[in-house]
Design a protein around this ligand. Structure first.
Ligand code: MG
Length: 367
């Protein structure tokens, strides 16, 4: 099976509600759907989400990178998968979300080549997975209402976005914990919004007030590994690195600096499943835990993330709720949600039937 051509198209996806964090607020996302065609008539599917504030990638940059990747991979044989992934990573610096889309399309083809769902190809079991549900950054009252609503819908783990005002963040978290009661797990994600000393003050105040928190994600700016270590040394809950870790080399540096207890792996940050597997192996070897996360992505690329999460025991937590924010599903098949329970398709590869041409009238086809 030879790779012929990468085709890409953008899809506009209005969100059901604005997605707000300490870094950004969006009410509509653009994702890029990728097809890799082969000489055998098979099609591999992948997706990319431009998240300029985090990865530096935009729709035009991803489309340009995919064109370059197309020129690099065209004609390669799917059975030389290791060489394909090495070439994908070496053909250009950065551009991890574009690479992720191509990477997952190649994995989709590998599954189709061997007739196995991707999680099986990677040695995993079928799941199911349990995802948390994100509660966006907002007023105390709105975050309480949203938390009650999601808990009432059956979500047992809430991930609260904070990080724009330490004093207000304490009030938000105390009010949510009081409203939802003791049985709902609360994760917090500051999206780089606190200074190290602020993070320590907030978390220790929460502990003092008996606000039980499962973990804290990315309390300080991405590049401040020393600040992350400062927080980790002074609080009694796990500190998870998100924006701090893009690549396997970042994971090694994080571990060397003892800066976190775990890593939130996202395909858009690391360049796809090939590199995500390396990060998971590095984390497991060093005794860290992993969370499987995503950007604001459709179920196309989140299905790939779910396959990966099912394939590695070290990935013990999932933050794969992004498709639940989307008012449009651009694919047929793929993952299925029932409240927080996420089940995988059992078809070969990603298990996605096709990209729905009827779902996105604003589609822009390119090369
Ligand atoms: Mg995060």
């Amino acid at each position: 099976m030879k790779l012929l051509e990468i085709q890409a198209e953008t899809v506009l996806i209005p969100l059901k509600q604005p997605f707000k964090t300490a870094l950004r607020s969006v009410d509509c996302i653009e994702n890029i759907c990728v097809r890799i065609t082969t000489d055998t008539g098979h099609t591999g599917l992948g997706g990319a989400a431009p998240t300029a504030a985090i990865t530096g990638e935009t729709v035009p940059s991803i489309l340009g990178a995919l064109k370059h990747i197309n020129d690099s991979l065209s004609g390669m044989n799917i059975e030389d998968a290791e060489i394909i992934f090495q070439k994908l990573n070496a053909c250009m610096i950065g551009n991890h979300s574009a690479k992720a889309a191509a990477d997952m399309a190649v994995y989709d083809l590998l599954g189709k080549q061997y007739g196995l769902p991707l999680f099986r190809l990677l040695g995993g079991t079928a799941g199911p997975l349990e995802t948390d549900m994100t509660i966006c950054l907002d007023s105390v009252e709105k975050m309480v209402l949203d938390s009650l609503e999601k808990a009432g819908q059956g979500f047992g783990i809430l991930k609260l976005k904070v990080g724009n005002d330490p004093a207000l963040d304490i009030r938000r978290l105390m009010a949510v914990r009081k409203a939802v009661g003791p049985d709902i797990k609360l994760r917090i994600d500051a999206n780089q919004g606190w200074k190290p000393k602020e993070a320590v003050v907030v978390v220790n105040r929460l502990i003092k007030e008996h606000v039980d928190i499962e973990l804290i994600e990315q309390p300080v700016p991405a590049g401040d590994y020393a600040g992350m270590r400062f927080v980790r040394d002074r609080v009694d809950i796990p500190v998870i690195a998100d924006e701090s870790v893009f690549t396997p080399a970042d994971a090694l540096r994080l571990i060397e600096m003892k800066a976190a207890d775990g890593i939130n792996i996202k395909l858009m940050k690391c360049g796809g499943i090939f590199n995500a597997l390396k990060i998971a192996a590095i984390a497991e070897s060093a005794g860290l835990t992993c969370m499987m996360g995503s950007m604001m992505e459709s179920s196309l690329s989140v299905t790939a993330a779910a396959h990966l999460a099912c394939s590695r025991n070290v990935i013990g937590a999932c933050d794969l709720d992004a498709p639940l924010f989307c008012s449009v599903n651009p694919v047929r098949g793929g993952i299925h949600y029932r409240a927080s329970t996420l089940t995988l398709p059992d078809g070969p590869g990603l298990g996605i039937g096709s990209i729905r041409s009827d779902s996105h009238p604003d589609t822009l086809s390119v090369f």
